[in-house]
Write a protein of this length. Structure first.
Length: 117
């Protein structure tokens, strides 16, 4: 399974972005059988979990984004989304999606989010 994330960009603090992740190379049932998560990696730091959504839609968020970010998925189209509101400079980084909790799909290039103060 290959993953393509998109939707990143440069935004001022307090702004919003919506990230999309498209899974290709897998049949729908494979995508639907897995929880999906968004991860991010800031410059010089390790990749960290941002949010996850189970195959039935149960969500979980890192404390740092809880209340500001919303993860969702579209199983029919093998997509996942991350709505990011109230962005802060510390949200800057490259965002990736993968299955969860043991990422096993091919990591894509990710999408860069830059939040200016």
């Amino acid at each position: 399974v290959q993953l393509q994330a998109s939707g990143g960009g440069l935004v001022q603090a307090g702004g919003c972005l919506r990230l999309s992740c498209k899974a290709s190379g897998a049949i729908t049932s494979v995508f639907n059988s897995k929880a999906v998560a968004w991860f991010r990696q800031a410059p010089g730091k390790q990749r960290e979990l941002v949010a996850s959504v189970t195959r039935v839609g149960t969500t979980n968020y890192a404390d740092s984004v809880n209340g500001r970010f919303t993860i969702s998925r579209d199983n029919a189209h093998k997509k996942a989304y991350l709505q990011m509101n109230g962005l802060k400079p510390e949200d800057t980084g490259t965002y990736y999606c993968n299955n969860y909790p043991d990422p096993s799909w091919l990591w894509g290039q990710g999408t860069l989010v830059t939040v200016s103060s």
